[in-house]
Every structure is written in structure tokens, then in C-alpha cells.
Design a protein. Structure first.
Length: 190
């Protein structure tokens, strides 16, 4: 019989560190628990890059396999999520390159799905449509930074790892995107 996945009395970081340590020792139940805890953000991250739900599922699964194979190289004491998202991001970019450059015509679907329900209730429909339309008009790089940071809730470091760029680059893209959004939305006001 396997050990319980996480002791409810252990802080989250310690519990995750324990799961990683167990996974490094070959405990597949521990790795499965890590995978379940991060599967949503892995899928959304992959979707952000590849633009297709089916491809994102494939990419996330392949990334989890690669992460399992590489878990021995994971630096103990480091946060697991950015490490995993770096693998997901790399796998997604490799997938996109292998399939050729695709248009991000499904990006809008991600943006619409990523708006948390509570925010959707607060925002009026017209305002929400205006903001989403303005996000759609951003460059691909700026849109990816904004969606990762604000719609997926990634930290700057996680967004940087996911997009495969330095943290400062993500911050600059976000700053530029926010400036453009402010300007575009102000110009649209009656």
C-alpha cells in the first residue's frame, strides 16, 4: 500500500518538496499527485503557445513524461511549477516549430475561457468585449505575456520560463502591452 500523497498538516511548499523527493526516488504515486496538481496550468500554458486544445493536451502529456524522466536533475529546494512550466513551454515551442508556424486564430477562445467567472460577473458584457478585442489586437508576443500573467495567473518568473525569455523581457512586454491597452481603450471611449 502506498503512502498518502500529502499530509494535510504540512505546509504546501514542504508537501510539494516531499512529493518531489519521493518522485525522485521513483515513487510514481507521488509524481502522479504532482501531475494532477499542475495539469491545468500545464495545459493552459501549452495552449497559449500551440493554440489548439488537442495539440495542447498532447504537449502537456509529453512534457509530463519528459519531466518524469528528468526529475533526477531537478534541483532540490527549487519550486516545482516553474521548472515544469519551462519543460511545457519548451515542448510546446518544439511542437509548434515541428508543425510549422501556425496562426493563433484560436487564441481568442483561450482568452474567453481564461477570464475567471467572478471577473466575468463583475465586468459588464460590453466592457469585457472591448478589453478582449483590445487584447486580440496586441502583437503575438505582448498578447502571450498578458495572457500568461493576467489570465493564467503566472508569476513574471513563470511566464518567463513558459515563454522561454528572460524575466525582464516579460516585464517589458507586459508594460508595453498595458500601455497599448490603456491607449486603445481610452481612444474607444465615447
Amino acid at each position: 500500500m502506498s503512502q498518502p500523497a500529502v499530509d494535510p498538516g504540512i505546509p504546501v511548499q514542504a508537501a510539494e518538496a516531499d512529493l518531489v523527493a519521493r518522485a525522485r526516488r521513483g515513487d510514481t504515486d507521488a509524481y502522479e499527485t504532482l501531475m494532477r496538481e499542475h495539469e491545468q496550468v500545464a495545459f493552459r500554458t501549452a495552449y497559449l503557445i500551440v493554440g489548439s486544445a488537442a495539440d495542447a493536451e498532447d504537449v502537456a502529456q509529453e512534457a509530463f513524461v519528459k519531466a518524469f524522466r528528468a526529475i533526477g536533475r531537478f534541483r532540490a529546494g527549487s519550486p516545482f511549477r516553474p521548472w515544469l512550466l519551462r519543460i511545457v513551454g519548451n515542448e510546446a515551442r518544439n511542437h509548434r516549430r515541428a508543425a510549422g508556424r501556425r496562426a493563433f486564430h484560436q487564441q481568442r477562445a483561450l482568452v474567453l475561457e481564461a477570464v475567471p467567472a467572478a471577473d466575468a460577473e463583475v465586468l459588464q458584457r460590453d466592457e469585457r468585449r472591448r478589453v478582449l478585442a483590445a487584447v486580440e489586437r496586441l502583437s503575438e508576443r505582448e498578447r502571450a505575456a498578458i495572457v500568461g500573467r493576467y489570465f493564467l495567473g503566472l508569476t513574471d518568473a513563470e511566464a518567463a520560463a513558459t515563454l522561454g525569455v528572460p524575466r525582464a523581457t516579460v516585464k517589458m512586454r507586459i508594460w508595453r502591452a498595458l500601455e497599448r491597452l490603456r491607449r486603445d481603450l481610452a481612444e474607444e471611449e465615447p
